[in-house]
Design a protein around this ligand. Structure first.
Ligand code: ZN
Length: 97
C-alpha cells in the first residue's frame, strides 16, 4: 500500500488517489493529482513525507514543479482524472423524470 500525504491537511493516508480520512479531501485538479502522486513513499522517504505534512498542516502552499513526473505517468494521471469525472453524475444533461 502506498503511503501518501493529504495535500489539503498534511495528514498521512494510504493510497495517493483516495479521500483523506482526516479531512475528507479528494484530489480535484490536475495539480492536486500530481501533488498527490509526488507526496507518496514512491518519491519521498517517510521522514520527508512527515516534513511535507507538517508544512502543509502549517498552511504552506507546496507546489510541485511542472515536469516532475514523467510524461507516461502524467498520461496515467489524466486517465485517472477522466475516469473519476466519468463517475460523477452529469449535471449538463437534463434528467428525464
Ligand atoms: Zn486531509
Amino acid at each position: 500500500m502506498t503511503t501518501a500525504i493529504c495535500i489539503k491537511c498534511g495528514a498521512f493516508k494510504f493510497g495517493a488517489i483516495c479521500p483523506c480520512k482526516k479531512c475528507g479531501a479528494w484530489p480535484e485538479t490536475e495539480d492536486d493529482y500530481v501533488a498527490s502522486f509526488v507526496f507518496t513513499d514512491h518519491f519521498n522517504s517517510t521522514a520527508e513525507l512527515e516534513k511535507i505534512g507538517v508544512q502543509i498542516a502549517s498552511g504552506s502552499n507546496i507546489r510541485v514543479e511542472p515536469g516532475t513526473l514523467e510524461p507516461a505517468l502524467m498520461e496515467t494521471i489524466r486517465q485517472l482524472m477522466r475516469s473519476a469525472k466519468a463517475r460523477e453524475p452529469r449535471k449538463d444533461i437534463p434528467q428525464v423524470p
